[in-house]
Design a protein around this ligand. Structure first.
Ligand SMILES: Cc1cc2nc3c(=O)[nH]c(=O)nc-3n(C[C@H](O)[C@H](O)[C@H](O)COP(=O)(O)O)c2cc1C
Length: 135
């Protein structure tokens, strides 16, 4: 199996990304393709993990890259995995301030390899860092 983590910027007006439409399409396709993962968004930025059979992940990411609803797609990780790390949901949506769950720590670990600018920007999307900031 293969796992890809990328970040991108919505082309919709700030905060107005149509997450419902993206999710509906993603869940439909991913359920058929055996692809799973998480999509983080604040309505302006995206951060997504997709995982599953290597050929399905490659095809899915190939379509995602070409999608005009976002730009500046930057791959942070692309690696073979033994088992899924982010559950069996066809695509979970997480928004800034959502309750902390088991995936937040995993996400922070994956992001710890990214450059300071990237991890700073995207840590804000992850609930655990929102909690840290309030302390
Ligand atoms: C941020 C973002 C995340 C997306 N995630 C997925 C995804 O996980 N799976 C998927 O099939 N399409 C995803 N899409 C949509 C694809 O880019 C593409 O529009 C879609 O797969 C085309 O499917 P269709 O031919 O069935 O309409 C995403 C799009 C965006 C902007």
């Amino acid at each position: 199996m293969r796992q890809i983590l990328y970040i991108s910027v919505s082309t919709a007006p700030a905060g107005k990304a149509d997450l419902a439409a993206i999710l509906e399409q993603s869940r439909h396709n991913n359920a058929i393709d055996g692809v799973t993962g998480l999509l983080w968004s604040d309505g302006t930025h995206f951060m997504q993990v997709i995982e599953g059979p290597a050929t399905s992940v490659e095809a899915t990411f190939g379509r995602i890259i070409l999608d005009s609803r976002h730009r500046d797609v930057e791959t942070l990780h692309d690696r073979p995995i033994e088992a899924r790390g982010f559950g069996s949901w066809s695509m979970i949506l997480k928004r800034a301030g959502d309750p902390v769950d088991v995936y937040d720590a995993k996400m922070r670990r994956l992001l710890s390899n990214a450059s300071d600018g990237i991890s700073e920007r995207f840590r804000r999307l992850i609930a655990t860092s929102a909690a840290d900031a309030r302390d």
